[in-house]
Design a protein around this ligand. Structure first.
Ligand code: UDP
Length: 183
């Protein structure tokens, strides 16, 4: 593949299939199978999953009852639910995997410890990074970039609904232009 270490990011919505909510185990198994192909080819894999299939801070805060900060923490917890689901699917397919959360939830998974994450990767274990960056007012795209830089990933692979980076949302603007390269 040409890459030693990669960071794979996909949105929570990717897990929900056609229903748009929750986790479709068939899709989970499919994605885990794709990850296994990377691992079988000797690639070290870190994963960041979003939480949009369960809750997003901005949406939760609409209506003014739930404050944005709490909504964002709820969103981060949602990413842990997805991370644990992905851990199950990878183990089901025989892949060694650990979940590390930026928010401490020690009964459920490890806490994010940079040096420990690197050690897992070196041993060929997939590391699923949960809770985004651990900070409200960020998204899991920021988390993916942050973790990719921290673990020294050669590339970020983002599985998403569009085929590249646009100057504006191509689903909303017909004149949106795809940027072929970006600094
Ligand atoms: N979130 C956050 N800080 C982070 C990452 C995520 O507060 O570092 C919250 C935020 O509310 C976000 C939600 O978690 O909307 C779920 O993440 P995201 O929207 O990125 O999920 P995706 O759209 O990729 O499924």
């Amino acid at each position: 593949m040409g890459y030693k270490r990669v960071l794979v990011k996909f949105s929570g919505e990717a897990l929900s299939g056609n229903s748009g909510f929750g986790i479709d185990v068939k899709i989970l198994e499919y994605i885990a199978g794709e990850i296994r192909t990377l691992v079988d080819n000797g690639v070290e894999v870190g994963i960041v999953i979003g939480g949009g299939n369960i809750i997003r801070g901005v949406s939760a805060a609409q209506g003014g009852i739930i404050r944005r900060t709490s909504g964002d923490y709820m969103g981060m917890l949602a990413t842990v639910i997805n991370a644990v689901a992905m851990q199950e699917a990878l183990e089901y397919l025989g892949v060694d995997v650990r979940v590390q959360s930026a928010i401490e939830i020690k009964e459920v998974c490890e806490s994010y410890i940079y040096r420990r994450a690197i050690r897992h990767l070196e041993k060929g274990r997939v590391v699923v990074f949960g809770s985004g960056t651990g900070n409200p007012f960020f998204t899991t795209d920021s988390a993916a970039t942050l973790r990719a830089v921290e673990i020294g990933a050669d590339v970020i692979i983002k599985a998403t609904k569009v085929d590249g980076v646009y100057d504006k949302d191509p689903h909303k603007f017909s004149d949106a232009k795809m940027l072929e390269s970006i600094s």
